[in-house]
Design a protein around this ligand. Structure first.
Ligand code: HEC
Ligand code: HEC
Length: 250
C-alpha cells in the first residue's frame, strides 16, 4: 500500500519535472531564435546557465546527478562523448522520451555547447553507495572489470575505460560516480539493442558476451569504487584499445 503510494508520488514528481523542463527549454529556445527581440522585451539573457536549466532538475546544477538512480551524472565526462549522446537522443538512436523530445529541434552547435558545459564542470564525485550484493558477486565484478574473461571473449573494462576508470578523450566515458542501477540498465540496453553507438559498436560486442549475472556483478563493483584523486579523462591516445570503437577515432 505504502510502496504503491510512494511509487505513484515518484511518477507524479518525474512527470512534473519533465513538464517543467519542457516549458523552460521551450522558453529558452524561443528566446534564442528571437535573439534581439527577446533582449529588448526584457527576457533573461541567453547564457549557458539559462540554457541548461531544462536539464538540471534531472542531472543536477553542475551535472553531478540527483538522487534518482537512473539519472546519470554528466559532469567531467569527455565533451565528445556527451555530444555523441546528445546526437543519439536527438535522432532516437538512444531512447528516453523526455530527452528525445527536449532535444528534437536543437541544432548541432547548441548540443555541442551543452556538452562542453557539462564536460567542464567538476563537482565532487558522490560517496560510493554501500553495495547490496555479496562479497563473491563483487569479486566476480572486479575480475570482469580488471581482467575480463578471455574464455568467454570478454575484454577487461579497464582496457578501454582506463586503468583508473576515468575514460579517455574524446569518446570514452569514465565509469565512476554512476549508480549500479544506471550501469546495469545501460549494459542491458546494449544487450537488447535499444542503445547503440557508432559502428563498430564495441560496447555492443562487449555487452553481448555478458550474462545477466555478469551485468549485476560488474555494475555493483563499479558503483563501489571510491573517488580517485584525479577523475579527469586521460588525453586521446594515452593507451591503445583492444579493438576498434566507432565513437573513438584513432
Ligand atoms: C526528465 C529527466 C531528464 C531531463 C529533463 C534531461 N535528462 Fe538527460 N538523461 C536523463 C536520463 C534518465 C538519462 C539516461 C537515459 C537512458 O537510460 O539511456 C539521460 C541521459 C543523458 C545523457 C547521456 C549521459 C551518459 O553518460 O551517457 C546526456 C549527455 C544528457 N542526458 C544530457 C541532458 C541535457 C543536456 C539535458 C537538457 C537539455 C537533459 N539531459 C535533460 C534524464 C533527463
Ligand atoms: C573496446 C573498448 C571497450 C571495452 C572493452 C569496454 N567499453 Fe564500455 N564503452 C566503450 C565506448 C567507446 C563507450 C561509449 C559508447 C558511446 O559512444 O555511446 C562505452 C560506454 C560504456 C558505458 C556507458 C556509460 C554511460 O555513462 O552511459 C558503460 C556503462 C560501459 N561502457 C561499461 C563497460 C563495462 C562494464 C565494460 C567491461 C565489461 C566495458 N564497458 C568495456 C568502450 C569499451
Amino acid at each position: 500500500m505504502f510502496a504503491r503510494a510512494a511509487a505513484s508520488v515518484a511518477v507524479t514528481i518525474t512527470l512534473a519535472t519533465i513538464v517543467l523542463a519542457t516549458i523552460v527549454l521551450a522558453t529558452i529556445t524561443l528566446a534564442t531564435i528571437d535573439g534581439a527581440a527577446a533582449q529588448t522585451a526584457n527576457q533573461p539573457p541567453d547564457t549557458m546557465a539559462a540554457r541548461v536549466e531544462a536539464c538540471t532538475p534531472c542531472h543536477g546544477n553542475k551535472g553531478e546527478g540527483t538522487s534518482d538512480v537512473y539519472f546519470p551524472r554528466l559532469a567531467g565526462k569527455p565533451a565528445g562523448y556527451l555530444y555523441n549522446q546528445l546526437l543519439a537522443f536527438r535522432s532516437g538512436r538512444r531512447k528516453y522520451p523526455p530527452m528525445n523530445y527536449l532535444l528534437e529541434f536543437l541544432p548541432d552547435p547548441y548540443l555541442e555547447a551543452m556538452a562542453e558545459y557539462f564536460a567542464g564542470e567538476h563537482p565532487p564525485l558522490p560517496q560510493p553507495a554501500p553495495s547490496e550484493v555479496s562479497k563473491d558477486v563483487l569479486a566476480q565484478g572486479e575480475l570482469l572489470a580488471t581482467s575480463g574473461d578471455a574464455s568467454r571473449n570478454i575484454p577487461a573494462c579497464v582496457s578501454c575505460h582506463g586503468p583508473g576508470l576515468a575514460g579517455m578523450q574524446p569518446g570514452i566515458p569514465g565509469l565512476l560516480g554512476l549508480r549500479a542501477n544506471y550501469i546495469s540498465a545501460q549494459l542491458g540496453a546494449w544487450r537488447y539493442g535499444t542503445r547503440t553507438a557508432k559502428s563498430p559498436d564495441c560496447m555492443q560486442q562487449v555487452a553481448g558476451h555478458l550474462t545477466e549475472a555478469d551485468v549485476t556483478a560488474v555494475a555493483a563493483w563499479l558503483a563501489t569504487r571510491p573517488a580517485p584523486t584525479n577523475p579527469a579523462p586521460v588525453p586521446k591516445g594515452t593507451y591503445a584499445l583492444p579493438f576498434g570503437c566507432g565513437s573513438q577515432p584513432n
